[in-house]
Design a protein around this ligand. Structure first.
Ligand code: NVA
Length: 308
């Protein structure tokens, strides 16, 4: 049984295959119906959502399936019922489970007990569906991923910081993350990205100075400075992160044809200026759309590989 709990649950070749399938599905969105039946996919959120819920629901429907969106306030996974028992029940109703939750250990427990593929729709540590969509967007706008430089500015200890390191390394990209002190990536994730990059010809590094990090970038990415669950740290984070704001100065350090990514929701005037996110280098609406195409390809791929 294959799951997608973190970016490196796919090998570099498998990631490439999923991205190619996503491009084919985007070109012909109603042709492939691997969920015809309709087969059901359970979709649950322990944290807020807009893009993830809508893109999974639309994508599952386009694949010929039924998105069973479960109200997590009613299910209260791990409170009303254990994660393992929830997994056993949902695995008898659905062909796959998509879950947004807190600690990575929770989704690992779901996967260990579900008997169907489980997909990470964001945890505190990783957001691998977002980075799949991001790579699809880079591929569309800038061609082959291998050898390109992707720079993430912001909370490198967050799910997005970690997923960029792993997903970019798998694709053979040069990934630089830049964050204030205290917001460096988990050393184990950085080391894993570096080990992957050694195989793919990419690299993974932490560059303290945001301007030095942005220098010559093909892709500049940022994310909110206050991830879901960190709201009580808002004041201290806003002042610590200010030099990492993605504005015209940092954009000017990148290549002239660099593109700008943001997973959204965006806070203009905080992690990104309006001039950048609403400007000509921004591809964030393509990126948001690509959630659907990337996740469709991922679900189709996982369901083809359930015997592994
Ligand atoms: N790092 C952000 C991503 C939102 C899609 C968060 O966890 O809130």
């Amino acid at each position: 049984m294959r799951h997608f709990l973190r970016d490196d649950d796919l090998t570099p070749a498998e990631q490439g295959a999923v991205l190619e399938l996503a491009q084919r599905m985007k070109a012909a969105p109603y042709d492939a119906k691997p969920l015809a039946g309709p087969r059901t996919v359970a979709v649950l959120f322990d944290k807020p959502t807009l893009r993830t819920q809508s893109s999974f629901a639309a994508g599952i429907a386009e694949l010929g399936g039924f998105p069973m969106v479960i109200d997590a306030n009613l299910a209260r996974v791990g409170v009303r019922e254990s994660i393992a028992d929830t997994a056993r029940v949902l695995g008898r109703q659905a062909s796959a489970i998509v879950w947004r939750t807190f600690d990575q250990s929770r989704i690992e427990e779901m996967a260990a007990n579900a008997g169907v593929p489980v997909v990470n729709a964001l945890t505190d540590q990783f957001h691998p569906c977002q980075t799949l969509a991001d790579l699809l967007t880079v591929k569309e706008h800038r061609g082959d991923l291998a050898g390109q430089t992707l720079v993430f500015l912001g909370d490198a200890a967050s799910n997005m910081g970690h997923s960029y390191l792993l997903a970019g390394a798998l694709a053979g990209m040069h990934v630089r993350v830049s964050a204030p002190s205290g917001f460096a990536p988990d050393p184990a994730v950085l080391a894993r990205a570096q080990a992957i990059a050694a195989q793919t010809g990419g690299s993974a590094s932490v560059v303290a100075d945001p301007k030095a990090a942005a220098e010559g970038a093909d892709v500049l990415a940022t994310d909110t400075w206050i991830s879901m669950g960190k709201e009580e740290q808002e004041a201290e984070r806003l002042s610590a992160f200010l030099p990492w704001q993605l504005g015209d100065d940092l954009l000017a350090a990148a290549r002239d044809d660099a593109i700008v990514l943001h997973c959204l929701p965006a806070y203009r005037g905080k992690e990104i200026t309006a001039s950048v996110i609403d400007g000509p280098r921004s591809v964030v609406w393509d990126e948001a759309e690509n959630r659907r195409h990337a996740q469709k390809a991922l679900l189709a791929w996982l369901l083809e590989h359930t015997d592994e």
